[in-house]
Design a protein around this ligand. Structure first.
Ligand SMILES: [Zn+2]
Ligand SMILES: [Zn+2]
Length: 357
């Protein structure tokens, strides 16, 4: 009972509420579905977009490259921002920032539970000013170690860490549930994370366990509103530059729509779901006009509209050519619609869900 009460308290606290995703800035849910023009969720033609990796390791935990090397690697490959998320150690390498490249302060905390063993890995990334101002704990400092509490119960310990992150002004990402052997219930029993890591590249390269969209849908089907994030979780234990097929960098990333490249603008857009995730394809446009969801993307083999309970839709070209757009007519009971664009090599772009209630 106490466990339940703890979680309820967390759910009711204002800090948790500030991290729950809001509709993307372009939407106006109060006028839907009577709105005349389309609600635009993604528009690559008119907005500023920034590429970033929200999960990264260096020699400060179990990565092979120094923070300097990792930052240089990502900056040289066209990334605009990078979060270092060392195990149990918060860092902010402000000295590694450069014009057109920022670092997000962060940490990954992890613990294993039970028999058979399963894991709980979670990222805390310093949130925007609104979260920092609402914090009830002092902010974490560069190089501060944050060991996991010595508890064995999964949801209570997990929720305690999430709550501590939120109370310290950090936004929370539920990492690689498929790799961690997490059940749907594991994710549903913990509240306060803004996103599920739906694609983790190092898990793909290591064991083929990097895709967690099934866990994301389980959370979405429960009625909760969380976003999906693709990231590398790079450790760079390969010999970088010699065997690209074995790299664990540059496999999954987020494209964030923000007014400018700053910590405040990027983290605010992440919290409000104003981004998409990808392993290659680009989503150029996504809108909802009346009952019609419409998407444009780079050339792909197939476009999926994933929804609540057996509706959904799959679109491809009958002659096997690539397609660059598709639409879907809502039936009215979908609850949410999210889009996946899959190219001929199997690379995927995931939109965030459009929530319909
Ligand atoms: Zn991890
Ligand atoms: Zn990691």
């Amino acid at each position: 009972m106490r466990h339940h009460a703890d979680r309820q308290d967390a759910k009711d606290s204002s800090l948790v509420k500030t991290t729950m995703p809001n509709p993307p800035a372009d939407t106006d849910s109060s006028t839907r579905p009577k709105t005349k023009g389309p609600q635009v969720f993604i528009d690559k033609r008119t907005k500023s977009w920034y590429k970033g990796n929200l999960h990264s390791h260096s020699t400060l935990s179990d990565g092979k490259l120094s923070p300097q090397q990792v930052a240089t690697l990502y900056r040289d490959h066209g990334y605009s921002f990078l979060a270092f998320t060392e195990h149990q150690r918060f860092t902010f390498h402000s000295d590694l920032q450069a014009p057109g490249f920022i670092i997000l302060p962060g940490i990954e905390r992890n613990k294993s539970f039970g028999d058979p063993k399963r894991y709980f890995h979670i990222n805390g990334i310093l949130g925007p000013e609104s979260m920092q101002k609402a914090a009830t704990r002092p902010p974490y400092e560069h190089m501060q170690r944050l060991p996991m509490p010595d508890l064995e119960d999964y949801p209570v310990t997990g929720q305690a860490i999430v709550d501590e992150f939120l109370q310290s002004g950090c936004m929370v990402m539920f990492n690689h549930p498929q790799w961690s052997y997490n059940s749907f219930q594991d994710l549903l029993s913990i509240n306060g994370y803004f996103a599920v890591e739906i694609f983790n590249y190092t898990s793909v390269m290591e064991t083929g366990n990097g895709l967690s969209t099934i866990h994301w849908d389980a959370v979405l089907r429960s009625g909760r509103k969380v976003w999906g994030v693709a990231s590398d979780d790079n450790h760079n234990n390969n010999r970088y530059g010699e065997a690209s097929a074995e790299w664990d960098s540059f496999g999954g990333w987020v494209m964030v729509n923000a007014d400018e490249l700053s910590h405040e603008a990027i983290t605010s857009s992440l919290l409000s779901g104003n981004f998409y995730s990808t392993t290659g394809p680009e989503i150029h446009y996504l809108s909802l006009d009346g009952n019609r969801v419409y998407v444009e993307c780079s050339p792909v083999e197939r476009i999926y509209f994933c929804t609540y309970f057996r509706h959904g839709y799959s679109r491809c070209d009958a002659a096997g050519k690539t397609i660059e757009s598709a639409d879907y007519e809502l039936r009215g009971t979908e609850k949410y619609v999210r889009v996946e664009c899959v190219d001929k090599r199997g690379n995927i772009a995931w939109s965030n869900p459009i929530f319909l209630d």
